[in-house]
Design a protein around this ligand. Structure first.
Ligand code: TGC
Ligand code: FAD
Length: 390
């Protein structure tokens, strides 16, 4: 039986409806039963627990905000945030799988696709029958994807796609990829590339010390003939991929706090039980300082993402507000994980406890979906109106 007892120091649950609390309960139960018992083993072996996909689909983790007519759960952004928080309490890698599927694959098909594309792809992605990935980053273009070199040219009723994407979550297992590439006019467009198209390969990235239970790979396009009907017609600008990132960054802002809450909860329990010098280490001021500061930062983060959910539900959340929350939550989670690890002493580095795995995972979360620096520069630009990227 799970001992997880997450902090709610400012009684934020009182701001959350019964329906949302039920959604949280169902995801928490699933994580306790299906994910937590196996995740350490899969992470140690650097293997993606692919068998969890149908279960994730069953509890609505794929495309929670996509309308039900396309197979989504038709929920609001508070529900989506809560779901990502519960899932990332289990593992950031599995939250990545859900973020990519829902926010980076289903969302662009829903937002920028036509109805044929929506009906062909969304139900299969929602049910987990198909897994998707999102190709924006390239070997030489990470923080600045606008400079991408992947491009396509006309070829009758097809286009010919050439280039490569790197660091792509889900790539080795994906059935479809949303690929951002430049069209003959040099504008960025999204293409739905399907596994099996000739010239398309997805080599796995090995030797990661982070997100070990999430599969990462490359996308390589060698004269891939993609039917024109697979081009997303609704956008031809960096606004396309960046809009998807808003969705995923929002989920991370909630999710990373889930990892933080798990580390904090583990550390509190350990500090009360572990005795040194004849008394629980939680009775020493140095350990109390760590716990008090962890709880303070988590509470500030919880309030921030709750408010962001309200703004998102009203369609008033700005990209810069989402950047601030993503950056703050991941920084909080990393700090909490590092302090929690210290409270556990030597036990903190083992797989007996989830802390080291969360800490290593968070080293990816702080980099992907825009690095810590990039989100700070987005806030700086929002404050001053001045671009400090270049
Ligand atoms: P800029 O010239 O400012 O704007 C270009 C166009 O985009 C619009 N725009 C946005 N639209 C929606 N949401 C946003 N957040 C937007 N930001 C900008 C803008 O209005 C303009 O539209 P239009 O219609 O006038 O053309 O953009 P830029 O190219 O200079 O980019 C600025 C910058 C540096 C902030 C951006 O490139 C950035 O965010 N870079 C970070 C790259 C990044 O986050 N990559 C993530 C890759 S995906 C990933 O990591 C998945 S991890 C998955 C997992 O496992 O969970
Ligand atoms: P770089 O852009 O080379 O940055 C290196 C350093 O320079 C960083 O510290 C950065 O903050 C700093 N820097 C860059 N520009 C500036 C500047 N203007 N001012 C100050 N400092 C700057 N991408 C996808 O498209 N799809 C995915 O599914 C995906 N999944 C990922 C999974 C994992 C495990 C990882 C690690 C990455 C994933 N990414 C994915 C890629 C991720 O989005 C990029 O790694 C990230 O955007 C940073 O790009 P980069 O690694 O090339 O770093």
């Amino acid at each position: 039986m799970s001992q997880y007892n997450p902090p709610d120091y400012y009684l934020i649950d009182e701001l959350i409806s019964e329906e949302h609390l039920l959604i949280r309960y169902s995801i928490r139960q699933w994580v306790n039963k299906e994910l937590s018992p196996i995740i350490e083993d899969y992470a140690q072996r650097a293997e993606f627990p692919k068998h969890l996909i149908p279960g994730m689909a069953d509890i609505g983790l794929f495309g929670p905000t996509i309308p039900q007519e396309y197979g989504g759960a038709g929920l609001d952004y508070l529900a989506y945030g809560i779901m990502m928080q519960e899932l990332e309490r289990g593992d950031s890698g599995l939250r990545s799988t859900a973020s990519v599927q829902g926010s980076l694959v289903m969302y662009p098909i829903y937002a920028f696709g036509n109805d044929d594309q929506r009906r062909k792809y969304l139900p299969k992605l929602a049910s987990g029958e198909w897994l998707g990935c999102f190709g924006l980053t390239e070997p030489d273009h990470g923080s600045n994807p606008a400079e991408m070199t992947t491009r396509f040219v006309e070829d009758g009723d097809h286009v010919l796609l050439n280039g490569a994407k790197m660091w792509i979550s889900n790539a080795p297992d994906a059935d479809v990829a949303i690929v951002w590439a430049k069209n003959p006019q040099g504008k960025v467009q999204g293409l739905i590339v399907e596994r099996g198209m000739e010239g398309f390969s997805t080599p796995t990235t090995h030797n990661k010390w982070s997100l070990r239970a999430s599969a990462t790979g490359e996308l390589v396009f060698d004269n891939v003939r993609v039917p024109k009907v697979n081009i997303l017609p609704g956008v031809a600008s960096m606004r396309g991929p960046l809009s998807c990132l808003n969705q995923a960054r929002y989920g991370i802002a909630w999710g990373a706090l889930g990892a933080a809450m798990d580390c904090y909860d583990t550390a509190v329990r350990y500090a009360k039980e572990r005795e040194q010098f004849g008394r629980p280490i939680g009775g020493f001021q140095l350990q109390q300082k760590k716990l008090a500061e962890m709880l303070t930062e988590i509470t500030k983060g919880q309030l921030l993402v709750w408010r962001l959910a309200m703004l998102k539900n009203e369609d008033r959340a700005t990209p810069a507000q989402i950047s601030m929350a993503k950056r703050n939550s991941v920084e909080t989670a990393l700090k909490v994980a590092r302090e929690a690890r210290q409270i556990l002493g030597g036990m903190g580095i083992t797989g007996e406890y989830p802390i080291m795995r969360h800490m290593m995972n968070l080293e990816s979360v702080v980099t992907y979906e825009g690095t810590h620096d990039i989100h700070l520069l987005i806030t700086g630009q929002d404050i001053t109106g001045l671009n400090a990227f270049v």
